[in-house]
Design a protein around this ligand. Structure first.
Ligand SMILES: Cc1cc2nc3c(=O)[nH]c(=O)nc-3n(C[C@H](O)[C@H](O)[C@H](O)COP(=O)(O)OP(=O)(O)OC[C@H]3O[C@@H](n4cnc5c(N)ncnc54)[C@H](O)[C@@H]3O)c2cc1C
Length: 382
């Protein structure tokens, strides 16, 4: 495995690190406290080309590639997991078009998304269909050259602010997972509305919306792939996107370690810095070990994608599951190292603990990742 970064990947990492440190980190606590969608930071990321990293130049991106994207996600999450969720959510929304869109659809839809002029969302989850994707109830009925969508989506990242949504629906209820199809729905399409924006525990600057489709007429030209390919497209997208959730988790864990190191060196008890106590040192050492391995796990999945591998379901699920658990442990231990101050909103580590939790839930819970991993093992795909 070659972990040497290209000059472009290194440049993107350094750019993201600088923007995260100078512009994003100073806004993170405020965004969280006000539950404010950071339009300014979206513009900042757009202005620096950070929404087009996996999109070819001919379609408005930079083609810097998946490793550059993952490194950027980690840097942004180290400063603000909500902003990283918006950033990675853009790619989650674009991937169905990139992986399954026709040339016409890609040319029509991707350039403004890659430039960050419009936001994208990925709408799979429904009130009655979370982990069990095949239980989707939103339907699409064909009527000439349109499909009529009816149903509801739940928990859609950027669903209220996105101009372009990739929506997964049932076209043939008798066919199970072969009866799902994917469509692009543009904001403003009659019959589509944002029903609610959730109040959340963490990543409060990232909006999460409940959506409704009532006799929403979508042109046949907006169907991605063929009827019946929706499940396959959704699974391919999740395989591609899960390493970016791992990168968000690593960014949060790294922030927990950064804050813990600084605090342990300066906080004194029993006449000495708490960093002198082995109990604290071991927590710091465990965080560092786990972060190192979690980072390698998302880079490994990214490396497989970059090198054109067709199968990376298992490494993507391993990276997502492991890194999200590392983030949760690191953030919880950071609160422990800060003692009572860790529990106070005056310090950043309580936010990290709230933000870390979502990485174990979205894009498939840790339980679902273990099911995916076990299925791959049992199919001999290790
Ligand atoms: C902030 C946020 C952002 C999100 N963004 C998006 C988005 O952009 N697009 C999108 O489509 N969705 C999104 N989601 C939805 C997310 O992917 C789902 O919440 C998640 O997949 C779990 O589904 P659920 O909430 O319905 O939980 P359920 O599926 O009801 O699960 C409840 C519990 O049961 C467990 N469980 C379920 N089935 C099994 C099983 N077979 N074996 C063992 N345990 C099981 C789960 O692991 C979980 O612990 C988002 C969610 C949140 C909270």
């Amino acid at each position: 495995m070659d972990f040497e970064y290209s000059d472009e990947e290194r440049m993107v990492q350094e750019l993201a690190r600088r923007l995260a440190r100078d512009k994003i980190a100073p806004r993170a606590a405020e965004i969280d406290a006000r539950e404010e969608f950071p339009h300014d930071l979206v513009q900042l990321l757009a202005a620096h080309g950070l929404f087009g990293l996996v999109v070819p130049e001919a379609l408005g991106g930079s083609g810097a590639g998946v490793i550059a994207f993952l490194l950027a996600v980690e840097e942004i999450a180290r400063a603000c997991a909500a902003t990283a969720t918006i950033h990675a959510g853009q790619y989650l929304g674009m991937y169905p078009i990139l992986l399954a869109g026709s040339e016409e659809q890609q040319q029509r839809l991707l350039p403004p998304l890659a430039r960050g002029e419009r936001l994208a969302a990925f709408a799979l989850t429904e009130p009655e269909a979370g982990s069990d994707v095949v239980a989707l109830r939103t339907t699409a009925r064909r009527d000439g050259d349109v499909y009529i969508l009816t149903g509801a989506k739940q928990f859609i990242t950027s669903g209220d602010v996105a101009g372009v949504l990739t929506v997964f629906v049932v076209t043939d209820p008798a066919q199970g997972n072969r009866g799902l199809s994917a469509f692009v729905v543009e904001q403003g399409t009659p019959g589509f509305r944002v029903a609610r924006v959730e109040k959340k525990m963490g990543i409060r600057g990232s909006t999460t919306a409940a959506l409704e489709f009532q006799e929403c007429r979508v042109p046949v030209a907006n169907r991605l792939g063929e009827e019946g390919q929706g499940f396959r497209i959704a699974m391919q997208v999740l395989d591609r996107a899960r390493p970016s959730v791992a990168a968000i988790a690593v960014g949060i864990a790294q922030a927990a370690l950064d804050h813990s190191l600084e605090y342990a060196r300066t906080r004194k008890q029993f006449g000495q810095p708490i960093a002198n106590f082995q109990a604290i040192q071991f927590m710091l050492a465990d965080m560092a070990m786990e972060i190192h391995l979690a980072r390698l796990s998302y880079l490994y999945a990214g490396h497989l994608i970059r090198s054109g591998a067709t199968r990376y379901t298992l490494p993507a699920a391993v990276a997502k599951c492991y890194a999200s658990e590392v983030a949760m442990r690191a953030a919880t231990n950071a609160v422990q190292i800060f003692g009572g101050y860790g529990y106070s909103r005056e310090y950043p580590v309580e936010r990290l603990m709230r933000d870390a939790k979502i990485t174990q839930i979205y894009e498939g819970t840790s339980e679902i990742q273990r099911i995916v991993i076990a299925n791959q093992l049992l199919k001999g795909q290790a």
